[in-house]
Design a protein around this ligand. Structure first.
Ligand SMILES: Cc1cc2nc3c(=O)[nH]c(=O)nc-3n(C[C@H](O)[C@H](O)[C@H](O)COP(=O)(O)OP(=O)(O)OC[C@H]3O[C@@H](n4cnc5c(N)ncnc54)[C@H](O)[C@@H]3O)c2cc1C
Length: 390
């Protein structure tokens, strides 16, 4: 077990810190107010080779791994973006990158990955449905055979970054649940253009993550070409798990950066704020302990996340670690941002201090991309051998 960063990892980290520092807290406050995707930052991330950090070299990536990607996201998030940084990586190198690089054909990899790595194309993923929710296997979106391709009908909800994306990874049933021979069978993955005829989307108004839009998506007889199937027809659910579990890793990395940033902002403020006598408010244990607790939890989540990432890179099981890390990171980041706001008193509520944005954004990740109750269900069943409770 070696916890030291190697030269390449250190270089990626330094690059991420440099890029992040060019787009600091004020940039993020402005974009949050404008509800605008950080297109300039994403382009700078791509130009610096950070989007493709874990993607194959022959398709424009750096050929490194999920561990390096986690380090990069932590640093970018900590520079000012906070947890939404994880979402930017989730959409592109995970929804687009993992699905295509692990399960795409040679042609799909050759034609699509370089555009993802360069930032020319954005990606999103449409899995969640209004009626199915966490019970994703109850999805109704159906792709029926249509000549050599398919026609998709159905509806998705809460899909991130649709207007900013060229391609959408659509998860759909291709065999009816009752005929599939198992709930996880009969599901397929397709990578389709977001501007395809019959695909419509409408924005959802929400509490935070304003720089990453959310949409309802409607499929009305949307044509899917044969070369848009990703992976195995009817066998897509197993392949999707690699996307969902690596999604946890980038989510955690974004939350670790957000937690560290919130704690730093809170500590800096508390160290200079004096209200009773000569000592700063940071001298009180009631102020120190919750931030110290959040710090301890954030660093534990980071370490668990590194193991998940490293095991993924080495082809080892990583789902349990990825889920545990995401559970603790989401709770710790929610707590870090909340306590940071608390130590600032009234100023924590102002836009000027930035922490209110970090608090709004971090709150999302206690129930998305997977709700903490579903992670606890997973741990109870897979790690502890308890019966399924639902
Ligand atoms: C801002 C945002 C962005 C998102 N981006 C995307 C995206 O890009 N693509 C995509 O496909 N989806 C996306 N999602 C959807 C997200 O993954 C879901 O919201 C999440 O999985 C929870 O599902 P749900 O909202 O339907 O909650 P529900 O499934 O309705 O759950 C409601 C509550 O009940 C609890 N619950 C449900 N079942 C159980 C059980 N068996 N045991 C204990 N508790 C249970 C849940 O934990 C939760 O607290 C996004 C959501 C949001 C809010």
């Amino acid at each position: 077990m070696d916890f030291a960063l190697n030269d390449v990892q250190q270089m990626m980290l330094d690059t991420a810190r440099r890029v992040g520092s060019e787009f600091g807290l004020d940039y993020w406050r402005k974009l949050d107010a404008e509800k605008r995707f950080p297109a300039e930052l994403w382009q700078a991330i791509c130009d610096a080779g950070l989007c493709g950090v874990a993607l194959p070299e022959e398709h424009g990536g750096s050929g490194l791994g999920m561990l390096e990607m986690a380090l990069v996201i932590e640093a970018l998030s900590e520079s000012g973006g906070g947890s939404t940084l994880g979402q930017m990586f989730m959409c592109n190198p995970i929804f687009g990158g993992v699905s295509i690089s692990k399960y795409g054909t040679e042609e799909q990899k050759r034609d699509w990955l370089p555009k993802l790595v360069s930032g020319e194309w954005g990606f999103c993923m449409a899995l969640t449905e209004p009626d199915a929710g966490s019970n994703t296997l109850e999805m109704k979106t159906f792709a029926s055979a249509d000549g050599d391709g398919w026609r998709v009908n159905g509806q998705k909800i809460w899909i991130t970054a649709v207007p900013e994306s060229k391609k959408m990874l659509v998860v759909a049933r291709t065999t009816k649940l009752e005929d599939a021979g198992g709930r996880t069978k009969g599901i397929s993955l397709f990578m389709i253009d977001t501007d395809r005829a019959g695909l419509a989307h409408t924005p959802i108004d929400k509490l935070g993550t304003n720089t990453m839009s959310s949409s309802q998506v409607f499929f009305d007889n949307v044509r899917v070409e044969p070369n848009e199937l990703i992976g195995t027809l009817d066998g897509g659910f197993r392949e999707l798990l690699d996307v969902l579990n690596t999604e946890r890793i980038v989510t955690t990395a974004g939350l670790v950066g957000a937690g560290r940033l919130a704690i730093r902002l809170g500590v800096d403020y508390a160290n200079q704020r004096k209200v009773f006598g000569k000592v700063p408010v940071s001298s009180y244990q009631g102020v120190q302990f919750p931030l110290a607790q959040a710090h301890a939890e954030i660093e534990c989540a980071a370490l668990m996340n590194y193991r998940a990432a490293s095991n993924f890179d080495n082809g080892l099981p990583f789902g349990s670690d990825a889920n545990r890390a995401k559970l603790i990171a989401a709770q710790a980041a929610a707590s870090a941002t909340e306590r940071s706001m608390q130590v600032m008193g009234g100023m924590g509520y102002s836009k000027e201090m930035h922490v209110e944005r970090l608090w709004r954004d971090a709150r999302l990740f206690r129930f998305a991309p997977v709700a903490e109750e579903m992670v606890l269900n997973y741990i109870a069943m897979h790690d502890l051998g308890m019966p399924r409770s639902y």
